[in-house]
Design a protein around this ligand. Structure first.
Ligand code: ARG
Length: 457
C-alpha cells in the first residue's frame, strides 16, 4: 500500500501506477529533495516539533540514501510514484516510526516546488557560465581576425562593409542579455516555498525563516496558495532559454550561410562537421543546423508549460507534475548545444580574402558618397537622390561605381571632386566609422577590450 493509502482499501492498479508515476524523470531531483528534508527536520527539531535525536538520525540516514543513489545502488519503482515517496519510504524502512516524522508540516506540493527551485538555482549557474565560454570564443575569434572585413547584410543583401569582429560582437551582446535575463529570473525562483503545506500552511509552529536560512534563500513566499500553484518562475526560465536559443539559431544561420559555397567566408573544422552518406564531396555544418533545429524543441517546451498552466484552477493540480519534462528537456538541450558550440566557434577557419572580395563591391560604399556630400552641406535626402542617380547611370552604362570617371560622376553629382574617386575601399570606409558602437577598428578594439575585461572578471 502506498504511503498515502490510509483511506484506500485496495492497491493501485499497475497501469495506473505507470500512468501516474514521475519517478522516471523526477529522480534527478534527489539531491535537492534530500537537502530540503535535512533543512526541514533540523528546523522541526529546533522548534521542538520532533526530537533532536530523530532529526539527527533522519539526516544521517538521508546522507546514506544519497550515497546509495549516487552509487546507483538505490532501487526505483513506479509503485512509489515520485522521488519524494521513494526517499520517505526508504527513511521509514530504516528508521521506522522516527523516519515517519520527516513529512511533518509538509506536503509534496510545497516539497516539489522547493526541489525544482533548488535545482534551477544550480542549473542557471551552470548555463550562464557555459554561455560565458561561448562569448569568450566569439571575442577570441574576433580578436584573432581583427583585420577581417566582410559585407554586412540587411535583407540578406550587401549593405556596408563591417569588421568580422564587429559581427561576432553583436552576438556577444545578445548573449550577455541572455545571461542577464537568466540571472534576473533567479530573483523570482530563489524564494523559499516550503512551509506552504498542501495549500493553507500548517497548524504546527514551524519556522520558515530557519529553513530559508539553512537553504540560503534570501526570501520566503508570502502566499501559500500562490506558492503551491505557481509555475511562472519555470515559464519565465523557459522563455529566457527560448530567447537564448533564438540567438543561437540566428548565429547558426549566419554560420551555415558563411560556410556555403556561395559565401565561402569560413570553413568549419572537420571535427565539427559531418559528411554525406551518398555525396563524397560533402562537408556539412550539422552542429549549427541541429542547434537551429533544437531551438524549435525549446520553444515547444515553453509552449507545453504555458499550455499546461493556463486552465488550472488554484491551487495544486496533478497536471503540474507534467512541468518537469519540458523544463528538464530545455535545460538539457541548452547545455548540449553549449557544449559543442563554443569549440566549434573556436576552431573555425576564416577566409579573409573571400570576405574582403565580397566587401569590395563598390556599391557597399554608396552611403559613404552620400555622407561625403552631407559634409559639403548637401541635405541628406538630396545627397541620397544624387547617389541613387549615379547607381542608375552605372547600371545603364554597364559600369561599376568605382569605374566611372570624375566627369561621368559629375553628371549625377555636380559637387563631386577627385577625392570622391577614393571612396571605394572597404578599409577606409570602415576607418571613417569610429563613433561609439560603430564598426571602426579603434572602436571595435575598444569593445574587444571591454569584453575581455568583463569575461575574465
Ligand atoms: N510528483 C508530483 C509532482 O511532480 C509531486 C506532488 C504530488 N502531490 C500530490 N498531492 N499528489 O508534481
Amino acid at each position: 500500500m502506498a504511503l498515502w493509502g490510509g483511506r484506500f482499501t485496495s492497491d493501485t492498479n499497475q497501469d495506473v501506477a505507470e500512468f501516474t508515476e514521475s519517478i522516471s524523470f523526477d529522480k534527478r531531483l534527489y539531491k535537492y529533495d534530500i537537502m530540503g528534508s535535512k533543512a526541514h527536520v533540523t528546523m522541526l527539531a529546533k522548534q521542538n516539533i520532533i526530537p533532536t535525536e530523530t532529526a539527527t538520525a533522519i539526516c544521517a540516514e538521508l546522507t546514506k540514501i544519497e550515497e546509495k543513489i549516487d552509487n546507483k545502488k538505490f532501487e526505483f519503482s513506479f509503485d512509489l510514484e515520485d522521488i519524494h515517496m521513494h526517499i520517505e519510504t526508504a527513511l521509514i524502512e530504516s528508521l521506522g516510526k522516527e523516519g515517519a516524522r520527516v513529512h511533518t508540516a509538509r506536503s509534496r506540493n510545497d516539497q516539489v516546488a522547493l526541489d525544482t527551485r533548488l535545482y534551477l538555482r544550480d542549473e542557471v549557474t551552470i548555463i550562464c557560465s557555459a554561455i560565458k565560454e561561448l562569448q569568450k570564443s566569439l571575442v577570441e575569434l574576433g580578436d584573432e581576425n581583427i583585420d577581417a572585413i566582410l559585407p554586412g547584410f540587411t535583407h540578406l543583401q550587401h549593405a556596408q562593409p563591417v569588421l568580422f569582429a564587429h559581427h561576432l560582437l553583436a552576438y556577444v551582446e545578445m548573449l550577455s542579455r541572455d545571461i542577464e535575463r537568466l540571472e534576473e529570473c533567479r530573483t523570482r525562483f530563489n524564494v523559499l516555498p516550503l512551509g506552504s503545506g498542501a495549500i493553507a500552511g500548517t497548524t504546527l509552529p514551524i519556522s520558515r525563516e530557519i529553513v530559508a536560512e539553512l537553504l540560503d534563500f534570501p526570501a520566503i513566499t508570502r502566499n501559500s496558495m500562490d506558492t503551491v500553484a505557481d509555475r511562472d518562475f519555470a515559464c519565465e526560465l523557459l522563455s529566457n532559454l527560448s530567447i537564448f536559443a533564438m540567438h543561437i539559431s540566428r548565429l547558426s544561420e549566419d554560420i551555415i550561410l558563411w560556410s556555403s559555397q556561395e559565401f565561402n567566408f569560413i570553413e568549419l573544422d572537420d571535427a565539427f562537421c559531418t559528411g554525406s552518406s551518398l555525396m563524397p564531396q560533402k562537408k556539412n555544418p550539422d552542429i549549427a543546423e541541429i542547434a537551429r533545429g533544437k531551438t524549435a524543441r525549446i520553444y515547444g517546451d515553453l509552449m507545453s508549460l504555458l499550455t499546461l498552466c493556463k486552465g488550472l484552477p488554484l491551487t495544486y493540480n496533478r497536471d503540474l507534475q507534467e512541468d518537469k519534462e519540458p523544463l528538464f528537456d530545455a535545460i538539457d538541450t541548452v547545455k548540449l548545444i553549449l557544449k559543442v558550440y563554443a569549440p566549434m566557434v573556436a576552431t573555425m577557419n576564416i577566409n579573409k580574402d573571400n570576405m574582403l572580395k565580397a566587401a569590395s563591391d563598390p556599391n557597399l560604399m554608396a552611403t559613404d558618397i552620400a555622407e561625403k556630400l552631407v559634409e559639403l552641406d548637401v541635405p541628406f535626402r538630396d545627397a541620397h537622390h544624387r547617389v541613387g542617380a549615379l547607381v542608375k547611370w552605372c547600371k545603364e552604362n554597364s559600369k561599376e561605381l568605382n569605374e566611372v570617371s570624375l566627369d561621368e560622376m559629375k553628371i549625377s553629382i555636380p559637387e563631386a571632386d577627385k577625392s570622391f574617386l577614393d571612396l571605394f575601399s572597404p578599409l577606409s570606409s570602415i576607418e571613417k566609422r569610429e563613433i561609439l558602437g560603430a564598426t571602426g577598428p579603434k572602436e571595435v578594439n575598444k569593445q574587444i577590450k571591454f569584453w575581455r575585461d568583463k569575461l575574465i572578471e
